[in-house]
Design a protein around this ligand. Structure first.
Ligand code: AMP
Length: 281
C-alpha cells in the first residue's frame, strides 16, 4: 500500500503522445507551464503558482525550432535536461512532457497563424516569424493537453499578451502571468544567462539598474519619455558598447505607444556579448 502511494505521487515523465493521452485524459484541472528547459527560479515560480491554483500540473520542455529566426541561436540555446528533471522532481510536478520535434510537427499543418500589423512591434519587429512560431506550437500543445490554465512569465510580456489573446479566444482556457524573478543584481533570470560570463552578468546588472531608474523618471514625467529614453540609450551604448534593438514605453492595454492615463511598461531588448536579452520595467 505504502509503495503504491509512493508510485502514485511520483512525477510522470512522458515522451510519447499516446502515453500523454493515457496519463492525462481524466484530468479536469490541469495547469500547464510551457518551457524550453534550462530551468531557473523564474520557471520554478510559475510551477509553484500552477500547483497552488490547479489540482495537477504539467510542464513541457520543448525547444521549439519554429520560433527561432536564427539557426545559430537554436543550435546554441542552452540544454540541461538532467538538471531540469531534478528541479521538476524537487518541485513535485505531476507530469513532464518532453516530445521530439518530429512528434509535435507531424501532427500536420494547422490553420495559418499570422500577426496583425499592430502586433508587429517590439520583439515581433526584430524577430520575424518568432511569435507565429510560439503561437503555432502552443496551439499544438493546447490540442494535446487541454489545460484549464496556462502560466506564463511577465518577463516575456509581449509573448504573454499575444498568447493570452490567441488562446482565450480559441479555447476554454485562461492564461495567467507570473511576476518576473530577478537575480541579486535585479537582472531578470533567463536561460540565456548560461551563455554569459560573470562580468557580462555584472554589466547586465548595471544596465538593469539604469533602466529601473529610467522607468521611475518617466513615470514622473510621461511627456518627456522620448527625450529621457534617448539620453539613457546613448549613455548605455557608449558606456557598455552594447547593441540596443529597442527601448520604448508601451501601454499595457494594447501595447500601443499612447501612455496617457494608462498603465505602461518600459520594454528593452539588447545584445550583450552576442546574447540577446529582453526585459520590461
Ligand atoms: P522559456 O523557457 O524561456 O521559454 O520560458 C518559459 C516560461 O517561463 C515563459 O512563460 C517565460 O515568460 C517564463 N520566464 C522566463 N524567465 C522568467 C523570469 N525571470 N521570471 C518569470 N518567468 C520567467
Amino acid at each position: 500500500m505504502f509503495y503504491l502511494l509512493i508510485l502514485l505521487l511520483q512525477m510522470k515523465l512522458i515522451k510519447q503522445i499516446t502515453d500523454l493521452n493515457k496519463a492525462i485524459n481524466k484530468e479536469k484541472e490541469l495547469g500547464f507551464v510551457p518551457t524550453m528547459g534550462s530551468l531557473h527560479k523564474g520557471h520554478e515560480s510559475l510551477i509553484k503558482i500552477s500547483k497552488k491554483k490547479c489540482t495537477k500540473t504539467i510542464v513541457s520542455i520543448f525547444i521549439n525550432p519554429t520560433q527561432f529566426n536564427n539557426k545559430e541561436d537554436y543550435k546554441t540555446y542552452p540544454r540541461n535536461l538532467n538538471n531540469d528533471l531534478k528541479v521538476l522532481k524537487r518541485l513535485k510536478v505531476d507530469y513532464v512532457y518532453i516530445p521530439t520535434v518530429a512528434q509535435i510537427y507531424k501532427l500536420g499543418k494547422i490553420s495559418k497563424i499570422s500577426l496583425k500589423k499592430v502586433d508587429k512591434i517590439l520583439c515581433a519587429k526584430f524577430r520575424k516569424g518568432h511569435f507565429e512560431g510560439v503561437l503555432n506550437v502552443l496551439n499544438r500543445f493546447m490540442k494535446l493537453i487541454s489545460p484549464k490554465i496556462v502560466f506564463m512569465g511577465e518577463k516575456d510580456y509581449q509573448q504573454f499578451f499575444l498568447v493570452k489573446k490567441f488562446i482565450e479566444k480559441k479555447y476554454k482556457c485562461r492564461v495567467y502571468s507570473g511576476k518576473t524573478i530577478r537575480n541579486s543584481n535585479k537582472v531578470a533570470l533567463s536561460s540565456r544567462h548560461n551563455l554569459l560570463n560573470s562580468d557580462d552578468l555584472k554589466i547586465a546588472g548595471l544596465i538593469t539598474n539604469k533602466l529601473f531608474n529610467l522607468k521611475s523618471l518617466i513615470s514622473k514625467n510621461k511627456k518627456k519619455s522620448k527625450n529621457l529614453i534617448k539620453t539613457v540609450k546613448e549613455e548605455l551604448i557608449i558606456r557598455f558598447n552594447i547593441k540596443i534593438e529597442y527601448l520604448e514605453c508601451r501601454n499595457l492595454i494594447n501595447l500601443s505607444t499612447g501612455l496617457h492615463n494608462k498603465p505602461f511598461k518600459l520594454f528593452v531588448s539588447y545584445y550583450l556579448n552576442k546574447v540577446r536579452l529582453i526585459d520590461n520595467f
